[in-house]
Design a protein around this ligand. Sequence first.
Ligand code: C5P
Length: 235
Amino acid sequence: MNDAHAAPRSVGVVVVAAGSGTRLGADVPKAFVQVAGRSLLSYAVERVTQVAHLARLVIVVPEGHGTATALGDVAPVPEGTVVLPGGAERTDSVRAGLAEVGEVDIVLIHDAARAFTPVAVFDRVVAAVAAGASGAVPGLPVVDTIKAVDADGTITGTPDRAGLRAVQTPQGFDAEVLRAAYASGLGATDDAALVETLGHHVRVVAGDPLAFKVTTPEDLARAQRLVASWAASVD
Ligand code: C5P
């Protein structure tokens, strides 16, 4: 019996949490904004620690946030977890995290701001890469009609909504492919785009509305309602 595909593959996860979150208007970096007495980062890490075959966790935090501050309410984290400072742009933070992820087969890049992403989404991404995709990202069907516009706001095209997905994180990759993509010196708006640019196949797997990104005060209010509803359901 050939069970090569069933063999467990080691997974490294980089949680990027080094953004300032200016659109949220909070007085602390976004990952440290509190929801029901816990940081967004702590919710994100709680889920990441449940990922199957997790071999390495790297948490990228804003400059000046030491391990104790960063992990204050995150513990317990797996032994060997690395906390390090990020950079000015998200790609700088990913690059810094990637350098510390070590020898793993699959790397997931996850936004701390998508703090409530269910573990099942991580599992779907890992499964797609383990099954042979160079990369896999969670995505949801687009409900709005999307218009392409020029600099004047004139519509230049209307892509067929059926072929569009709004993508989330974690974005997962064959570790060697992602390292090569970052070493290429090319720029891109997200990690998948960088890998796509190099001609690799990246698949979209089913995302989840709970993987929403906390960006605005309205998103934070949604996060607070969500956690309150969970608390109420266990009372
Ligand atoms: O700003 P935005 O919410 O799009 O950032 C997505 C994720 O990237 C967040 O979790 C944020 O903390 C992280 N980030 C980072 N370093 C930056 C900018 C953003 O780690 N320089």
